[in-house]
Design a protein around this ligand. Structure first.
Ligand code: SF4
Length: 956
């Protein structure tokens, strides 16, 4: 008998083909390799060469195929045929859909372009959408940053010229001490996980400051379960201790920040608190060598850091450093004075301050790396203070978030740990000038484009978008006296303001990928009421037209008049641009694309293509040639390659120039996308070792940044301990200057626009409410889900099909509550019912839940009795859009008064045990949504991959 040959196939070929693209299962933008079999997606793996994830793929990323094949995908353009919210639509063709949209938008543009409100959600194409809105001529444009983390972005850009989030990172290789404040697990996710792994492997200390010990906090060496909204006070207390112990980096402050700049001291005067300047507008410092005021930006200045000086024009002035020391050495910032408010014991605060000082100054790093400073002086080494920090929504989503984030940046500057070895590091194109030299635009006129970017960075009252009487020019009131530095707009107020006609009514609301009918609304019930409220004549709606573009049947779809179905992220081109939210890292600049991996099998179109088509139909400037023909007949792929923002400056920085041999600036290259695809869909430029640190003052880096268009001039970027633009607003509030706030806003501006970081209690946390609503309530992001997208994914739903209200065990026991009890969560806004789960790792006065797991029955094509709709709940139902009324009856938005950031986490609640007779399910529950035409019936069991296995076992 012939011997049997054993064959084991150790590496079976599972796919016919693999294509690189970029993941979109969260905001992190990892590189992926998508394997295809018989034209269908077989599986997804991480791209090992990709700079973001180095092959790492999270649960969401690998489950992407279940989102791609989700039964919740919209299948065709839809026109509403019943009342809003009823879900009655008829399918229409794209020609009809585009004609309807162009008809509505065309008449608005011809009469009053601002009557279009165009806001986008968690898309990654703002370099296109913002430009489109500007060409249309409406100032009413922004993406979702206003309700996400604009406080982080704005505080960083007004202070250090960069920010946390995905625009900077800890020096994972060198830091010895890492503090993380309130970070969601869906931004910069894989880089943070990889970085934490490195850090823990080296034995560096990781301190997590977060009311909840979950996610990253679970592996922290020390968890500080802080009281929500008190982080700024905690940080200022650390600063108090460091100043007291003289553990600060004075040379860093003198060389790289405005700490030595002189501030005019003239109480009551129009120049009080402004930076003292020379005839050419240059800031002054007091030079110890010449005993005179000199240009503070001069390389030779030897500044005094304390003292009071008389300038040549008679002004009295003191250095910023002195103002800072006077403020933070005050006893009200002593650990004992803050411990109760913060929820961290005074000895712990004191110890953390000592540990920070030890890491920064006793464990300093000296790199033998020559570099040249902005003044052309060569240095043989770079000194590093190996303390790094990172912060996100936990800081941001409070009404004191801007100042709290500024406090963290101040702490970093005092320790000298900005862009140094072991510290926080910028990611190109940051650092940018402080603030970036772009002013917001808001002057809309019929048939005119705005002529520049819509969003920008005011430096004083003259840059606000207000009418002569102080009324806001923008619908969301961004850049008005109510939110002067609203760098990302206030998307969360758009529907309310449009409904109320405050400051004016609109004609068309145009939203993309923003679930404003549910989890993206501060209060969904209120939002749905406003979307369905009838006009006074009873004929139409108060918001007359609503166009919505999304790939999925989210809760918002049922409320739209016209639905434009988008593709999934695996069916289209996308551009992750340096002009928007790039994927750079600290050692290099990078951008990326998505390419279509499979063709749509439904009558859907990429939204970016639709927008370019609309721009062409409307004949918007930039979208058509002189003869009226389409400028981008190849739609978004064409635009990505051929659109130029300035000479040679386009959306993609790699392989520019006709031969593809230029980076950054260069004429369009028709083969650019092929180059990206051949390179795994990304481009990256590695910085030389002498360009990697202290980039705010590094000549070699700044010279390169100027050639890339990141900065106009290779000048030093001076970090701003003292934020002079804030003082300009305060002076206006005090009655100085031609532009002053309306009476109602004066006190608010005067109080909150402090040029030095300070802490105030979040607005909802008035001590008078403390007894009525004794608990803080916040949400957290689960690692396995990204906003509302996760709940349509059959694999990820197995991890979270419902959400509990998590509560401190001791606190619960004191209230007689046990695991699984149903409770009513009550706030001043309303109440919602949830089931509780007890835990130890949460601040005693805080309850929390996972964000966006709760669903409206029927939405996302889930079975109406799905656990997400019965047990899942949204905390949003008890969050208020507006603050309590002022004495004159006016109600401000529930936001940070400086940036307009939605104050989601200011919420205060109380818990009431539900009656035993009550149904064990959440409340309120809204009527189930009917399934739009074209969607399949929800399957009882969703499975994927069995077909592949069947063929394999059958030998085909
Ligand atoms: S971290 Fe985000 S982008 Fe990266 S693989 Fe996971 S879901 Fe995709």
């Amino acid at each position: 008998m012939a011997p049997v040959e054993e064959r084991i196939e150790t590496s079976r070929r599972l796919s016919d083909e693999a294509k690189f693209t970029t993941c979109y299962m969260c905001a992190c933008r990892c590189g992926i390799k998508v394997h295809l079999k018989d034209g269908r997606i077989r599986y997804i793996e991480g791209n090992r060469d990709h700079p973001v994830n180095r092959g790492v793929l999270c649960a969401k990323g690998s489950a992407g195929l279940m989102t791609h094949y989700s039964p919740a995908r919209l299948t065709a353009p839809l026109l509403r045929v019943g009342p809003r919210g009823a879900g009655a639509f008829k399918e229409i063709g794209w020609d009809e859909a585009m004609a309807i949209a162009a008809g509505w938008l065309g008449s608005i543009r011809a009469s009053d372009p601002k009557r279009l409100a165009f806001f986008t959600g968690r898309d990654q194409s703002q370099a296109l959408t913002g430009w489109w809105a500007a060409q249309f001529g409406t100032p009413n444009y922004a993406a979702h940053g206003g309700f996400c983390s604009v406080n982080m972005a704005a505080a960083g850009l007004y202070t250090i010229g960069g920010s946390f989030w995905e625009f900077g990172e800890p020096d994972w290789e060198n830091t010895r001490y890492f503090m993380m404040f309130g970070v969601a697990e869906d931004h910069d996710s894989n880089p943070i996980k990889i970085g934490l792994g490195k850090l823990k492997g080296r034995g560096a200390k990781f301190v997590s400051v977060n009311p909840v010990r979950t996610g990253y906090s679970a592996i922290a060496d020390e968890w500080l379960g802080i009281r929500p909204g008190s982080d700024g006070l905690f940080v200022l207390s650390l600063i108090h201790e460091l100043l007291k112990a003289d553990k600060i980096d004075l040379p860093f402050l003198a060389r790289y920040t405005n700490a030595p700049w002189l501030v005019v001291r003239n109480p009551g005067g129009a120049d009080d608190g402004l930076i003292a300047r020379d005839f050419a507008g240059r800031p002054l410092c007091w030079d110890r060598t010449h005993d005179a005021a000199v240009d503070a930006t001069s390389a030779d200045a030897a500044p005094m850091m304390v003292g009071e000086f008389t300038l040549a024009n008679g002004q009295r002035a003191v250095p910023v450093f002195q103002l800072m020391a006077e403020r933070y050495l005050d006893g009200r910032y002593a650990p004992e004075a803050v411990e109760r408010e913060v929820g961290v014991a005074a000895p712990v605060i004191r110890r953390i301050a000592a540990e920070l000082a030890h890491a920064a100054f006793e464990e300093q790093i000296v790199l033998q790396q020559p570099w040249t400073d902005w003044a052309g002086r060569r240095h043989e080494t770079i000194t590093g203070r190996p303390v790094a920090m990172h912060a996100m929504r936990g800081i941001s989503a409070h009404s004191n978030g801007f100042q709290s984030c500024r406090a963290i940046h101040l702490l970093q500057m005092l320790l000298g740990s900005i862009d140094c070895p072991g510290g926080f590091r910028y990611e190109p194109p940051f650092p940018r000038p402080i603030p970036p030299p772009v002013k917001p635009l808001g002057e809309s006129q019929p048939d005119r484009s705005l002529g520049g970017p819509i969003l920008g960075f005011p430096t004083g009252p003259a840059d606000l978008l207000v009418e002569a009487d102080g009324m806001p020019k923008r619908l969301d009131k961004a850049y008005s006296w109510e939110a002067p530095l609203a760098a990302h707009g206030l998307m969360h107020m758009v529907i309310h303001n449009a409904w109320k006609g405050d400051p004016y009514t609109i004609d068309t609301l145009f939203l993309y990928m923003a679930n404003m009918g549910w989890n993206s609304a501060m209060n969904p019930g209120e939002t749905l009421r406003k979307l369905t409220d009838r006009a006074a004549d009873g004929e139409g709606y108060r918001i007359p037209h609503f166009i919505y573009a999304d790939a999925y049947f989210s809760e918002t779809v049922a409320y739209a008049d016209l639905v434009l179905p988008d593709t999934t992220y695996l069916e289209r081109y996308d551009c992750i641009s340096l002009l928007d939210r790039p994927i750079s890292d600290a050692n290099g600049a990078a951008d990326a694309i998505r390419q279509p991996v499979v063709k749509p099998d439904r009558n859907v179109r990429p939204f970016q293509d639709v927008l370019i088509d609309l721009g062409t139909r409307l004949k918007l400037p930039g979208f058509v040639e002189a003869d009226g023909s389409a400028k981008f007949p190849g739609l978004y792929a064409d635009y990505m390659v051929n659109h130029q923002r300035g000479p040679g400056l386009g959306l993609l920085a790699g392989w520019r120039g006709k031969d593809g041999d230029k980076s950054g600036i260069g004429e369009p290259n028709p083969k650019q996308l092929d180059k990206y695809i051949a390179n795994g869909c990304f481009w990256r430029h590695e910085l030389a070792p002498n360009q990697r640190y202290l980039r705010h003052a590094n000549k070699d880096y700044l010279d390169w940044a100027a050639t890339m268009g990141f900065v106009a001039q290779p000048d030093q970027i001076v970090l701003q301990v003292y934020c002079e633009p804030l003082q300009k607003f305060r002076l206006a509030a005090a009655g100085h200057g031609a532009l002053q706030p309306p009476e109602r806003d004066r006190e608010r501006i005067a109080r909150y626009f402090d040029p030095l970081p300070f802490w105030y209690r979040p607005f909802e946390q008035d001590p008078a409410d403390g007894e009525e609503f004794p608990l803080h309530a916040v949400t957290q992001r689960p690692m396995a889900m990204y906003h509302s997208w996760g709940s349509q994914n059959a694999w990820l739903r197995q991890i979270h099909t419902g959400n509990r209200l998590f509560m401190n065990r001791r606190k619960a026991e004191a209230q007689g509550l046990v695991d699984d009890d149903w409770v009513w969560i009550e706030s001043r806004q309303g109440r919602v019912k949830a089931q509780i789960k007890l835990m130890e790792g949460v601040n005693e006065d805080t309850v929390w839940t996972w964000n966006a797991v709760g669903k409206r029955a029927g939405a996302w094509n889930l079975d109406p009795s799905a656990p997400e709709a019965r047990q899942g709940f949204l905390l949003n139902h008890v969050i208020a859009e507006l603050l309590p009324a002022q004495p004159d009856g006016y109600r401000y938005a529930n936001c940070d008064p400086i940036t307009g950031q939605a104050a989601w986490y200011d919420l205060r609640v109380r818990l009431i045990k539900a009656e035993a007779s009550e149904k064990p399910e959440t409340s309120p529950r809204f009527p189930p949504l009917g399934r739009p035409s074209g969607l399949p019936s929800p399957a009882r069991i969703l499975r994927y991959g069995a077909a592949f296995r069947g063929r394999r076992e059958g030998g085909s």
